[in-house]
Every structure is written in structure tokens, then in C-alpha cells.
Design a protein around this ligand. Structure first.
Ligand code: JFZ
Length: 438
């Protein structure tokens, strides 16, 4: 009994001290830097929901009972899936990391897990997709992040009664929260033990247990324990959580869903961009995350490049999503767009990779990215004939149109630089002026 009490007290002290005093390991700090340098990633929303072609919220939106939804498992057979082709596609698009759904809100596990029967090994496909993709990423020097949903529309032990969603999936039994959080810890332990190096965990679903108005949390997510577990298993592993509030202790990057940091256009992102954490924003290629056969509202190549440039200028990575089809093929429209973005990245990537944003304030005509002594001016508004720039961190040595020898006429005084763009050939997507400082 005494021993047990001591154990409980130490556990409380350890978790509390973790919650207050998370000190990222040197490996973690280095990983944050590399993450910021990588700038562009591929988000993959894939699972049994893909079979229905109505995106990843179908179970909730169509109130499909658990016992019926479970049947989808028997139809998931992506015979044309080719991990090598997917990772190569991301590489050719100029992406440096992949964030893969391992378990979305429908509770389907895309890997060989001991802790749920609703998993990829019980499909006709019968292969560990997480392993196939992680292995291929390791081979191709692509960083790999794993998306893991805190919310579950299927399990009885999830606190579904207090949830905002998942009320129509026919659950009757009351949740058992300790069982549920233990289940998540077991699954995360598998993911961080059996697959080699994992670069990050991308949590989602926290918001399900907050009041829509009061934002009061209805459950204890056990985040200090979960975050500590992850950092204990893999100290370099970066933790992010799509909770839409200010970062919580133990997190290493902050994410903005369908939003440039600081804009909160979606109304989702209430947390102010953090100055210490790495930032990321994710966006869809059409209007859906998971495969949606009815969605053909594709964003154009210039739109997506603008989004990436705008993210980089605000010091954030861009995580661009695809929702692969149930046969394992990523649709042609997405592949074509990614190929075009890749061509742009091959030409102008030096103005994006390894740079930092927010060094010079964002303008209504564009943004700046900075790398050591180089400032890249990204002019996204081709109607400008001159630019007045305040806050350039040094004296200008040279100023050229990126990728050419064409000199830009400029004048710099103490407070500002004026660039004269008369006669400068504007680029339809992004006119990049490369300034080298003394
Ligand atoms: C979440 C997921 O629900 C979605 O399926 C996708 O994975 C995306 C990247 O992240 O999006 C949200 C987050 C919050 C709400 C809705 C969708 N919300 O607060 O209602």
C-alpha cells in the first residue's frame, strides 16, 4: 500500500513537473530547425472511409452505425497502392516530409496493431500500410509524421456522450476513459517503437471535447503523459496538436488548419502564432481531405504556390493534402498539379527552403523570406511598378531578379529601400527579387 502511494505521488509529481517544465532535447531542437527548413510537405488522408468516396467524415455525417461501418474493412483492398510511387511523387513535387493518417476519427488503424481488430491486417489487402510508407520514406530520405486522432466515433470507451460529434453511430454503452487513454498510449507506443525513426506526431480531435461556445474541456486528454511518453520513446519526435488553441506545454510545433498563421479566416485558429515553436499550415487540393468523388473544386497551381509563399513569409510550413482513392491510386488531377508545383520548386525553391519568414513584415503585395545574407522579395501582385520596403536587416550589396542577371534599380536610405520595377519582366505567379546584403 505504502509503495503504491509512493508510486502514485511520484507519478503525479513527474507528470506535473513535465507539464510545467518541458525542456526540448537537443535532438528535438535540431529537428525543429530541420522541420522549419523543409517548408513543404504532403498530407495523406487515406483509410476505409476512402471506399465510400464521401470524404473522411462520412461515418459521422451520414450517421452510419458502428456495426455497419465496420463492413468497410472487408472492401478495403488497394491493389494498386505503390508506396514507392507516392513517396517519389512527393519528392518530385519538392516536398520534404509526409504526414500520414494512421488512425482518423472513424477509428480504423492503418497498421498492424494489437490493440484494435478494426485494422489493416483484417482487410483483404492484409498489409501494414504504415510500415510500407514509413519504410519507403526512410529509403528516400523523406521525413515522416504520423497523424493520430484523439477522437473516436466507434469505441465505447471513448467519452462519446460529451463529444461534439459521433453521436449518431449507435453507441449505447458508456465510455471508460482510463481504458481509452491507455489504449491510445499503447497504440502510440507501437507506432513509435516498431517503425524506426518517426519525425512527428500530428494530433487531431481535441476540439471534440470542448464546448462549442464556452470552450470548456469536458475530459482530461492526459496530454502531459502522452507527450512525455512520445518524447521518452523518441526525443526528436515533434509533437503538434490541431486543437486550435494556444500551444500546450510539450508541443514542438503549432499548426493552423486552412489558415495562414495570424489570419484566422477559417475561424478555427484561435491560438496566436508562437514565436518559439515551428509553424505549419495545412490545406486541401480541392475542398476535401479524404477522397471525395463529387468534389472537383480544384485549386490552381498559382493558387497553391501563392499559399506556400504566403506561408513561408509568415514563417510557416505548407502541408498540402491528397486523399488517395480506395484502389491505392492518387487521382490524376492531384498528380498533375503536384508535378507543376514541383517544377516551380525546382526553379525557385532556393527562395523557400531553409528560409525564415516574419523577419520583414508581410505586405499587401507580397512577403519576404530570408536566409543568412539573402532577402527574397516575393511580389505576388504584378501591377506594382515600385516597392518601398522598410526593415531590411542590412545594407544592400546587390539586387537582381532571381534566376537572371537582370539588375533591379534601387535606392536605400536609413529607414527604407525603394526598388524601381519599370521594365522588369513580371512573373505570372511570383516575381522574386533577390537582395544580397553586405
Ligand atoms: C480536422 C479533421 O476533422 C479533418 O477530418 C481533417 O483531418 C483535418 C486536417 O483536421 O478538421 C477539423 C477540425 C476541427 C473541426 C472540424 C474539422 N471542428 O472544430 O469542428
Amino acid at each position: 500500500m505504502k509503495k503504491l502511494l509512493i508510486c502514485i505521488f511520484t507519478a503525479i509529481i513527474v507528470t506535473n513537473s513535465y507539464a510545467q517544465t518541458y525542456v526540448p532535447s537537443p535532438a528535438n531542437l535540431e529537428a525543429r530547425k530541420q522541420f522549419q527548413d523543409s517548408k513543404f510537405g504532403l498530407f495523406i488522408h487515406w483509410g476505409v472511409f476512402s471506399v465510400m468516396g464521401h470524404a473522411e467524415w462520412v461515418m459521422n455525417n451520414e450517421n452510419i452505425p458502428v456495426k455497419d461501418y465496420t463492413k468497410l474493412m472487408h472492401f478495403f483492398n488497394p491493389t494498386q497502392f505503390d508506396a514507392h510511387a507516392w513517396v517519389s511523387m512527393a519528392k518530385n513535387a519538392g516536398m520534404k516530409y509526409i504526414t500520414l493518417i494512421t488512425r482518423h476519427h472513424d477509428g480504423f488503424s492503418m497498421w498492424d496493431t494489437k490493440y484494435s481488430d478494426f485494422n489493416i491486417m483484417n482487410t483483404p489487402y492484409h498489409k501494414d500500410v504504415v510500415k510500407m510508407i514509413v519504410d519507403e520514406c526512410h529509403k528516400q530520405d523523406m521525413k515522416i509524421f504520423l497523424y493520430y486522432s484523439l477522437l473516436d466515433w466507434r469505441r465505447d470507451d471513448y467519452s462519446w456522450k460529451t463529444g461534439r460529434t459521433g453521436q449518431g453511430t449507435g453507441r449505447i454503452k458508456q465510455g471508460d476513459w482510463i481504458d481509452y487513454t491507455g489504449f491510445m498510449e499503447n497504440q502510440l507506443t507501437e507506432l513509435l517503437t516498431n517503425y524506426g525513426k518517426i519525425d512527428g506526431i500530428w494530433f487531431d480531435g481535441y476540439w471534440d471535447q470542448t464546448g462549442p461556445k464556452d470552450k470548456i474541456l469536458k475530459v482530461d486528454w492526459h496530454l502531459p503523459e502522452i507527450y512525455e511518453l512520445i518524447h521518452k520513446l523518441q526525443p526528436q519526435c515533434l509533437i503538434g496538436n490541431n486543437h486550435h488553441i494556444a500551444p500546450i506545454t510539450g508541443e514542438d510545433f503549432q499548426m493552423f488548419e486552412k489558415d495562414l498563421p495570424g489570419q484566422n479566416k477559417s475561424g478555427f485558429s484561435e491560438g496566436k502564432p508562437s514565436a518559439e515553436l515551428s509553424l505549419e499550415t495545412c490545406e486541401t487540393m480541392n475542398n476535401s481531405w479524404g477522397f471525395n468523388i463529387k468534389d472537383s473544386k480544384y485549386k490552381s497551381v498559382p493558387q497553391l504556390i501563392h499559399y506556400m509563399v504566403n506561408a513561408a513569409g509568415r514563417n510557416a510550413n505548407f502541408l498540402l493534402n491528397v486523399g488517395p482513392q480506395p484502389n491505392g491510386v492518387i487521382q490524376q488531377e492531384f498528380r498533375d498539379t503536384l508535378q507543376e508545383v514541383g517544377k516551380w520548386m525546382a526553379k525557385y525553391g532556393a527562395s523557400i527552403y531553409g528560409t525564415r519568414g516574419n523577419v520583414i513584415p508581410v505586405q499587401d503585395w507580397g512577403v519576404f523570406t530570408v536566409k543568412e545574407k539573402t532577402v527574397f522579395v516575393h511580389l505576388l501582385d504584378a501591377s506594382k511598378s515600385s516597392l518601398i520596403i522598410e526593415g531590411i536587416p542590412g545594407k544592400i550589396k546587390s539586387c537582381v531578379l532571381m534566376g537572371t542577371n537582370q539588375k533591379i534599380v534601387y535606392d536605400q536610405n536609413k529607414s527604407q529601400a525603394i526598388l524601381n520595377l519599370k521594365g522588369v519582366r513580371m512573373n505570372d505567379i511570383d516575381t522574386i527579387i533577390q537582395i544580397t546584403l553586405k
